[in-house]
Design a protein around this ligand. Sequence first.
Ligand SMILES: Cc1cc2nc3c(=O)[nH]c(=O)nc-3n(C[C@H](O)[C@H](O)[C@H](O)COP(=O)(O)OP(=O)(O)OC[C@H]3O[C@@H](n4cnc5c(N)ncnc54)[C@H](O)[C@@H]3O)c2cc1C
Length: 405
Amino acid sequence: MKQCIIIGASHAGAQLCVSLRQGGWEGSITLIGDEPDLPYHRPPLSKDFLSGDKAIDEILLRPASVYENANVQMKLGTRVGAIDRIAKTVLTDDGEALAYDKLVLATGARVRHLPVAGVDLDGVYYLRDTTDVRAIKAGVAKGKQAVIIGGGYIGLETAASLRKQGMEVTVLEAMPRILQRVTAPEISEFYKRIHSEEGVQILEGVMASEIKSSGDALSVHTACEQNFDADMVIIGIGVIPNIELAEMAGLDIGNGIEVNSFCQTSDTDIYAAGDVTWHYNPIYERHIRLESVPNATEQAKTVALHINGKPKPYSSLPWFWSDQFDLKLQIAGLSEGYDEIVIRGDIEGSRSFAAFYFKGDQILAVDAVNSPREFMFTKMALTKGQALDKTILADSNADLKSSVL
Ligand SMILES: Cc1cc2nc3c(=O)[nH]c(=O)nc-3n(C[C@H](O)[C@H](O)[C@H](O)COP(=O)(O)OP(=O)(O)OC[C@H]3O[C@@H](n4cnc5c(N)ncnc54)[C@H](O)[C@@H]3O)c2cc1C
């Protein structure tokens, strides 16, 4: 019997188990993950799971019975330390050597560490998994102070979740504006306004340089000699892909594990899927690494099709979402390289609008806040390669469909 081993039990790994079986794989499937929980939805960690609105059972990707019915052997709480490509085995940290015919690396990403003194103190957290969030939740209490280092989506979502639970929240962003790496200045300004209306203090251009403790109290010091007292500090300054296994095994690496359009690595029996991949996107005609659930799911399906002998090249439009307070942001496409932004709706006074990113006359992406129609419409247009009329998009009374040129 053929054997497929999947390393990484999260969005990509869990999807792959199901898609492999549905696609007709008759061999064994072993899913190895170093976290203790069954695979769960990671996005709620900074949203409903942190705010206490959902328990672990409510964020599981699939119930245990799905893996049982698909005859998946689960090895949770187990870390893979090495791959032997000659023997075609993976070596687990508890000393087992497991043989594979097909191997899939769905090892995702881990948090980027903040290189300052004091990050190991009690009360200082990162936020990537359920263990992190359980520890954070134990310290959440109305009126306590949280300092969040990093004003990206995860930092801002965390700020919103803690604020909703009555904490006093300050966000320190080192760059001149929050969300600088991922969005336009207009959108950063919008989120700053909303957080301020909700009582979150956002400070930009402020670099944390040290965290100190005295008794139970923490204090974040900055490069410009400010001090921020805190009961807890949460660091959210991005992630790095878990490429080390692949690198040690001699696979090709770019800004992630390099894969072809079928998610195969430079070893044809080893695949990769999800946050860890460095892959070519045919829509944007360049290599990218994405940190998004839809990408992890789609790449897992691509791997399953290829392993099952029904190859279909990966070609998906990147999309993403972020929930903060009553705002549902949906993003379709990649805005990098835009030279013009077209706003539909009242970005300065309301809580719903859409921002369309253009390069010349070509639509690149949309950021749609509480505007699902604009999101769906643009996602479709980008997938079909349609051109859109900027003047019509900017007129919120005009029918969106009439913007198609
Ligand atoms: C707080 C938070 C909020 C997010 N919000 C959103 C959102 O709103 N929308 C969105 O689209 N995306 C969001 N994301 C990103 C999304 O969660 C990721 O894109 C997604 O989890 C990627 O799935 P993956 O399976 O590729 O990898 P991961 O989810 O990173 O899982 C990889 C797994 O592999 C394990 N692993 C790694 N190395 C080994 C090893 N050697 N042995 C065994 N196990 C190993 C890891 O511990 C992990 O469990 C969010 C992420 C976080 C942290």
